[in-house]
Design a protein around this ligand. Structure first.
Ligand code: FE2
Ligand code: FE2
Length: 253
């Protein structure tokens, strides 16, 4: 057993402007239980600046690094660039079709992040001819390509993580009506995961989905707070063996 990195993850916090105390207390608690915090999108209810400030202020008080992707709700008010800026000013590594390599407990932890987008599973809708359908398909393609490039860039890291909002697999959507799966994830996001085999994949977005899935043995977890039933889920990752076994998911105390 090598060095263990404790990674806390949560998605779909959906902070409102009045949630300042609740969010700050939750982050303060997890700051003492984890070495790294991941936020899997939908940080806000409506993508408002006063909502993101609730999260940014809580992040700024943490001593452990935080990495985040935005979710669809964070785009509701067309303020995504402002939201990214407030998070970045609070010290958060905001991943938007990009990657970061963080030094955590003396170990290089690589995180490739993208929001992801729609597409579903075994769907052929991209063959529709209208430009708006082709553009939606191309939007997902941009996320797939960025995830591929990000995972390639973090290949040398001792711990490698993919951080998404939309799901790359059906398994973590089970519990949601199947008619919605088209807009809850995209199987094409699994391609880069299958190729690069990161140690951990986390996403959110599917509030009524399931916790655990995999892409050809690569562990995938839906960490939406509605699914995990707590503020954060803390994973323990072995930084030295890069063991192919799924990480141990430890309960918060
Ligand atoms: Fe959400
Ligand atoms: Fe979402």
């Amino acid at each position: 057993m090598g060095k263990t990195i404790r990674v806390a993850a949560a998605g779909d916090i959906h902070a409102a402007a009045g949630d300042r105390d609740r969010v700050r207390e939750a982050f303060a608690r997890v700051g003492s239980q984890a070495d790294l915090v991941l936020l899997a999108g939908d940080l806000t209810q409506h993508g408002q600046v006063d909502e993101i400030c609730v999260v940014a202020e809580a992040c700024a008080e943490l001593e452990v690094p935080v990495a985040a992707v935005l979710g669809n709700h964070d785009w509701h008010s067309d303020r995504a660039p402002d939201l990214r800026r407030f998070l970045a000013e609070a010290g958060v590594a905001v991943l938007d079709r990009s990657h970061a390599i963080l030094r955590v407990c003396g170990v290089g932890v690589g995180i490739a992040g993208a929001k992801g987008f729609v597409g579903g599973f075994e769907q052929q809708w991209a063959n529709f001819g209208e430009p708006i359908f082709r553009e939606a398909y191309a939007e997902t393609t941009r996320d797939v390509e960025a995830l591929d490039q990000g995972l390639a860039a973090i290949e040398p890291c001792a711990v490698r993580i993919a951080l998404l909002h939309y799901s790359p697999v059906e398994a973590t959507l089970v519990g949601e009506p199947e008619r919605l799966w088209l807009v809850l994830g995209a199987e094409r996001l699994a391609g880069p995961i299958r190729l690069h085999r990161p140690d951990l994949v986390v996403h959110g977005h599917a509030h009524h989905g399931s916790f655990e899935g995999d892409v050809d043995g690569v562990p995938v977890y839906n960490v939406a707070v509605h699914v995990i039933g707590r503020e954060f889920w803390v994973f323990e990752l072995d930084a030295e063996t890069r063991a192919p076994a799924p990480p141990v998911a430890v309960e918060e105390t």
